[in-house]
Design a protein around this ligand. Structure first.
Ligand code: SF4
Length: 286
């Protein structure tokens, strides 16, 4: 029996891996990370330190496209309403890897959802059938402050958490996030924000539509709000944002639309050998 952890390189899934390794031993645990090519370098540092301590197998799956590139291939700007990046770069890729290499009759898939996210788990479980999906942090003993827990273990949490973000994925610039996290990222990483802004602009021009990651709900109506407009608005009036709009992040939730038609990329599968990534050919289902 294998315990297969969807390891986002963040704190919650790291804690799941920690508990499983303590209970079942390192040989029974496999960590799986879907690389969107957008993770923060300090997430990878954190992940390497966790894996070095646990000693279990760590697999990286790479489609080869970024979230915005996938959006262009699907003729959209990815957002909380159209999270095609999570669908294609993470969920579908992870599922193909699982189906090709493990057995749902014996092996269990784990996610890092906690007690505050019962809806995420309930929504995700049917999508993953026949795989059994478990979320250790969703039931007692509930996790303590994970940042402090990992510090007590001698591992500094990923740097992105210090900014108050709920999730540390895709460099802090998750397309499912709302105005509040995007404002934080504009403040702490203006260069990164401008890169996403430029990417969104490319997609908008290519599609020829007023489509955007963010939405403006001022005045009771909902309209697209480009990253450029959002930045310019905040630069003129710093309080002009919806501080309650945190959006969502659920890279493994269903409901993103139809399965992706065709696949332009041949995914890469690699295994961490303690010093670098080693190619593992032929381990993703067609
Ligand atoms: S973390 Fe956000 S931007 Fe990154 S793949 Fe998931 S939904 Fe897309």
């Amino acid at each position: 029996m294998k315990h297969l952890v969807q390891f986002s390189t963040g704190l919650s899934s790291a804690e799941v891996a920690w508990r499983l390794t303590a209970e079942h031993g390192k040989d029974a645990v496999v960590l799986m990370t879907a690389d969107t090519l957008k993770e923060h370098p300090d997430n990878w540092r954190f992940a390497r330190e966790v894996v070095a301590r646990l000693g279990c197998e760590w697999i990286k799956l790479t489609d080869g496209r970024t979230p915005m590139q996938v959006g262009r291939d699907r003729k959209c700007v990815p957002s909380n309403r159209m999270p095609v990046c999570s669908q294609i770069l993470k969920r579908e890729l992870m599922r193909r890897f699982l189906d090709a290499n493990y057995d749902p009759a014996t092996d269990v898939v784990y996610v890092g959802y906690d007690w505050s996210e019962p809806r995420r788990l309930a929504t995700a479980q049917p999508f993953w059938a026949p795989w059994t999906m478990d979320a250790l942090l969703a039931r007692p003993p509930y996790p303590p402050d994970l940042q402090e827990l990992f510090r007590s273990r001698g591992i500094e949490p990923p740097a992105l958490y210090q900014y108050g973000l709920a999730h540390a994925n895709c460099d802090g610039f998750c397309v499912r996030g709302g105005q509040a996290p995007w404002r934080i990222m504009l403040q702490v990483d203006r260069r990164g924000y401008l890169e996403w802004e430029a990417e969104e602009q490319v997609s908008r021009e290519l599609l020829g539509k007023d489509v955007s990651i963010l939405r403006d709900r001022a005045g009771g109506t909902t309209t697209p709000l480009s990253l450029r407009s959002f930045r310019e608005r905040i630069e003129q009036q710093p309080s002009m944002f919806d501080e309650d709009d945190w959006g969502a992040c659920g890279c493994d939730m269903p409901g993103d639309g139809a399965p992706s038609p065709g696949r332009a990329q041949v995914p890469k599968v690699e295994r961490w050998d303690g010093a670098g990534w080693i190619a593992v050919p032929g381990r993703v289902a067609a």
